[in-house]
Design a protein around this ligand. Structure first.
Ligand code: PLP
Ligand code: SF4
Length: 347
């Protein structure tokens, strides 16, 4: 089975996803940022809804030409922490491998949008990979290796298996984590052979599924997640808080429940990074804090992700969630899920 992907404004127009009037305004967007929308995902778009959440994530908009002060092509400062090409070592005990710069889709809000796309870079060469594994081997403090990109599940089955096997041979690496959008964007690529290539009997394997709206969980996406789980791969979630996609309590609750329903533990809800031309997706922090607090007040503890920001420039992540506890003179004031404030003395 081959799956076609819409890769241009013209193709989106032919598919009825961009109007004749809008198409000319998107030429400059198309020149700057890659476009990709697999046809099955395009079919999941509700054509009669201009605000459809899948459409908003993948179909370009003239608003992307609105570049604001403070936006950056490398918002989280990857370049500053890269000792070897393709590897980012920001925290002592874990590294990122940027396995490829291509993706099955190109998200309009992507924080690495200046660096991803078919023309923006290359997959890692054999020499790059050898250098990366040599670096990891010689740094015993590296406990966890995170595969990212682009989307690392763009790699062939053979390459994915090679990475798993080479990391299995490094004794101090205990955890391998893949960050991917593939289960919800190209579930057909998650074959039994692919799931097997990611699996391991020697290391703990985690896979973070990036999805931003419950409507991304089609029957095929759910089946892909189940296949991964059957291989002993632990599934966690990753989402970005996005204006017009998941910025209501209903959409956010439905998304977290969609994750949980397929056995994915909500892990991160990211504040949008300041990549160029993404201002129309930005939700203010105070609004995000209210949404996350409401989630916490109403849903299972399992359903609540960490609400985090990558501090611009790349120092670290920071938690943005409102604390439930506050110092008041000699005691603590603790907030209950009923909204009440309760004193706590701990001395
Ligand atoms: C987010 C991130 C990680 C992983 O952080 P966790 O909090 O462990 O998920 C690792 N490296 C970089 C550069 C990151 O931005
Ligand atoms: S899949 Fe990830 S890396 Fe690729 S465009 Fe979307 S957000 Fe960016």
């Amino acid at each position: 089975m081959t799956v076609a992907t819409l890769r241009s404004v013209a193709a989106l127009k032919a598919a009825g996803l961009v109007s004749d009037a809008l198409a000319p305004q998107l030429a400059a967007v198309e020149a700057a940022y890659a476009i990709a929308l697999p046809e099955p995902l395009a079919r999941a778009i509700n054509r009669s809804n201009p605000a459809d959440s899948i459409r908003r994530q993948y179909v370009p908009s003239p608003e992307e030409l609105d570049i604001r002060a403070g936006e950056s092509g490398d918002p989280i400062g990857d370049a500053r922490h890269s000792p070897v090409p393709g590897l980012v070592h920001r925290y002592p005990d874990r590294v990122l491998i940027k396995a490829t710069s291509t993706c099955p889709v190109y998200c309009r809000f992507c924080f690495r949008r200046e660096m991803v796309g078919p023309e923006k870079g290359e997959s890692l060469t054999r020499t790059d990979l050898d250098n990366i594994f040599a670096y990891i081997q010689s740094h015993p403090e590296i406990f966890e290796v995170i595969l990212t990109g682009g989307d690392p599940l763009m790699l062939s089955v053979a390459r994915a298996r090679e990475i798993t096997q080479r990391l299995e041979d490094i004794a101090h690496v205990k955890v391998i984590r893949w960050h991917t959008r593939m289960p919800v964007t190209r579930p057909d690529r998650i074959t039994p052979a692919y799931a097997e290539a990611l699996s391991s009997r020697k290391k703990a394997i985690f896979l973070a599924v990036h999805a931003n709206h419950a409507s991304e969980f089609t029957a095929e996406a759910i089946a892909a997640c189940r296949l991964l789980a059957e291989q002993g791969i632990a599934l966690v979630s990753q989402s970005v808080l996005l204006r017009g996609v998941n910025d209501t309590i209903e959409d956010l609750s439905d998304l977290m429940r969609a994750f949980l329903s397929v056995g994915i533990k909500p892990y991160y809800l990211h504040q949008l990074d300041a990549a160029p031309g993404t201002a129309h997706f930005r939700v203010p922090v105070a609004e995000g804090q209210r949404l996350v607090r409401t989630l916490r007040d109403n849903l299972s503890g399992l359903a609540v992700p960490h609400y985090v920001l990558d501090i611009p420039g790349g120092v670290s992540k920071a938690s943005l969630a409102l604390p439930d506890i506050e110092r008041r003179d000699d005691t603590w004031a603790v907030r209950g899920r009923d909204g009440g404030i309760y004193p706590l003395t701990d001395d």
